[in-house]
Design a protein around this ligand. Sequence first.
Ligand code: DAT
Ligand code: MG
Length: 139
Amino acid sequence: GGMERTFAMIKPDGVRRGLTPEILARIQRKGYRVVGLKQMVIPRETAEAHYAEHKERPFFGELVSFITGGPVVAIALEGENAITGWRAMMGATNPANAAPGTIRADFATTTGENVTHGSDSPESAERELGLFFKPEELL
Ligand code: DAT
Ligand code: MG
């Protein structure tokens, strides 16, 4: 709770489909501050570290290939309850279970390509922001 920073990302499917402006507009309409922003191709080692909690899962290889397979937009967000708030805006991991009006419900059909990422806890947010941004890149 309180003022928080979180790590958000527009995944390669979202960037490829031209959804970056729409997603940034939703973030700004909500009132979160963008304190870091960059388009990048994620190095394999960074992707494996980012998703380390899933490394024993059967989909891990596909997940890393997908997330490194094209440019993403990495975003550092700041705002009141931004960690859970951004997760709520994204909706459930499986778009079939995502509530109407959420990003995943509105723009995705499969769990594997679900358009956005958001940190799931304060510890994840700190870890993921550190993986993707140098301190001097955050305003
Ligand atoms: P989230 O992205 O909502 O935090 P997660 O951390 O459980 O979800 O999984 C990370 C990503 O891995 C998810 O966005 C898409 C992929 N993924 C998760 N479960 C999957 C599954 N059963 N099959 C294929 N991909 C999956
Ligand atoms: Mg997750």
